[in-house]
Design a protein around this ligand. Structure first.
Ligand code: SF4
Length: 404
């Protein structure tokens, strides 16, 4: 779920643990574990327990797995040969068996005047994925660093205001490709990420298994609190219930954008398959299941959904569905190729006042990085016009933008 919103980037049941050791089989010729599945040779994303098992599979003692865990998540070492705490033969064995750390190079980075940095990460298959780091000083003067991460390369949902949707869809990201975005932000800012929002490119609910895996890894291995994470969705039938069943202590952000079904379908075409009443019921159930309030994201589009009548209708809708919600108003951030316009300040203030007068907790999100290809998907679209990459050589950056 991407958009300007993703800039504001303002979350257990124990998840089913993917036991990597199951993906290993013994290579009879070398008696070393060999890779069975396409992504099973990536260390990043594995838990400490899995890494211990991996070490045992390589004939090492299990404490080597603990060391691997430290090297990956604390020291953030990017190459197996730089794992200097490990014996050289173990490093060589890992490499020979096809294991990699799973960190990708940064293809481009753009820094906005407010300190927001947008990165394009070049994945193993040459595809580019966006991630954003947003530093914010809170009221007490402490610095928060939010990573706004992508869950897909592109997005198939094509919301009418979204640059990512316009750029097409390639594939889902794997767990480690989500985790590495956070580590890349930490590396660039030279400090810990405090908050993670799954609001970058893609619809997280269409890649829920990997999103849950990344969420678990970020929580248990990278040590980011569940309450500091937010999972966003525009709404995919049956997935909010599934997410709720995991009882994560993370916020659900529902991209609503309209107070009624008709207008919503106009703005979010995929809404046709998920009636507003059903989505509101699922959001209420999420709150009842997790006790975490739901954040309703509402992008204000001038002359489309920003009238006083829309605010009143939205208040009615939310009050009908009970408590445990919050509204985030997001003044639209212009995207190339769209006719939508940014709302007037007066309209934003009037909209806010109506919601607040009806006892709805409301915030207006500050657009970050407006001068740096701010809307999600914009930067990626500049560099990769086609979601399917015919050849890596076809992808030469041409833009003159500041490189961080
Ligand atoms: S098109 Fe996809 S990425 Fe863009 S806002 Fe819609 S769900 Fe999010």
């Amino acid at each position: 779920m991407a958009l300007v919103i993703h800039y504001l980037c303002s979350s257990s049941v124990p998840l089913a643990r993917a036991v990597r050791s199951r993906a290993l089989t013994m290579n009879s010729s070398s008696s070393l574990p060999m890779v069975k599945t396409a992504d099973s040779h990536v260390l990043l994303g594995m838990s400490e327990l899995d890494l211990q098992q991996l070490a045992l599979n390589f004939g090492q003692q299990s404490y080597r797995g603990k060391q691997l865990h430290q090297l990956l998540y604390k020291r953030k070492v990017k190459q197996i040969q730089d794992f200097t705490h490990l014996p050289v033969p173990f490093r060589n064995d890992l490499e020979e068996a096809g294991w990699t750390v799973g960190r990708s190079p940064i293809h481009k980075s753009v820094t906005a005047a407010d300190g927001t940095i947008k990165l394009l990460i070049k994945l193993e298959d040459g595809r580019l994925v966006e991630t954003v780091g947003i530093p914010v000083e809170d009221k007490k003067g402490s610095l928060r660093l939010t990573a706004c991460v992508s869950s897909q390369v592109g997005c198939p949902l094509r919301c009418s205001f979204c640059a990512t949707g316009k750029g097409g869809f390639s594939r889902n990201l794997k767990r480690h490709e989500i985790v590495e975005q956070v580590l890349a932000i930490e590396e660039l800012f030279k400090r810990r990420v405090t908050n993670v929002v799954f609001m970058g490119m893609g619809e997280p609910m269409l890649n829920l298994k990997e999103v849950l895996g990344a969420h678990q890894c970020l929580n248990k291995d990278v040590q980011i609190g569940q309450r500091m994470m937010t999972i966003s969705t525009v709404g995919v039938p049956n997935t909010i219930k599934k997410l709720a069943s995991h009882k994560l202590q993370s916020t659900l952000a529902l991209s609503l954008h309209a107070p009624n079904q008709k207008l919503r379908e106009q703005i979010v075409p995929s809404a046709k398959s998920y009636p507003l009443n059903a989505i509101m019921k699922d959001c209420r159930d999420y709150f009842l299941e997790t006790s975490r309030r739901v954040s309703f994201e509402y992008t204000l589009l001038a002359g489309v959904n920003d009238a006083v009548e829309h605010a009143k209708e939205l208040a009615e809708l939310l009050n009908e569905w009970g408590r445990g919600h919050h509204v985030n108003l997001i003044p639209f951030n212009p995207v190339e190729g769209t006719e939508y316009r940014r709302p007037y300040r007066k309209a934003v203030l009037a909209f806010t006042a109506i919601l607040e007068s009806r006892k709805i907790t409301t915030s207006v999100r500050q657009t970050r990085g407006l001068d740096a290809n701010a809307a999600c998907g914009q930067l990626r679209n500049e560099f990769q016009k086609s979601p399917l990459l015919p050849s890596l050589d076809d992808m030469q950056p041409q833009l003159k933008i500041p490189v961080a």
